[in-house]
Design a protein. Structure first.
Length: 97
């Protein structure tokens, strides 16, 4: 089994795992579950970008894209979580006035 086959199988496994995380994003019982689901999808997408870089033989470009995507995903997750926790709607409380 060549390394390309291993990377391809790992990429397919990540795609299946990402689809399962998207189910949590769509059907999450709370807002915080949805935020965690989106964060998981972002982390898996970052790894998937690196694996695609290995498959195409241009790892440097895909690592740069993956790092930028990971930073945006992290900042977005913190911002959205802070927004919903300040509103207290994520915990089931009343909104601030």
């Amino acid at each position: 089994m060549t390394m390309d086959t291993v990377f391809l199988l790992a990429s397919l496994g990540l795609l299946v795992s990402t689809a399962l995380a998207l189910i949590r994003v769509v059907g999450g019982p709370t807002v915080l579950d949805r935020i965690v689901g989106v964060n998981v999808v972002g982390a898996q997408t970052t790894v998937l970008l690196v694996l695609i870089g290995f498959l195409f033989g241009n790892i440097s470009m895909f690592v740069d894209i993956a790092i930028a995507y990971a930073m945006l995903n992290f900042i977005l997750a913190i911002g959205v979580t802070k927004f919903f926790l300040r509103r207290k709607s994520a915990r089931g409380g009343s909104e601030e006035t």
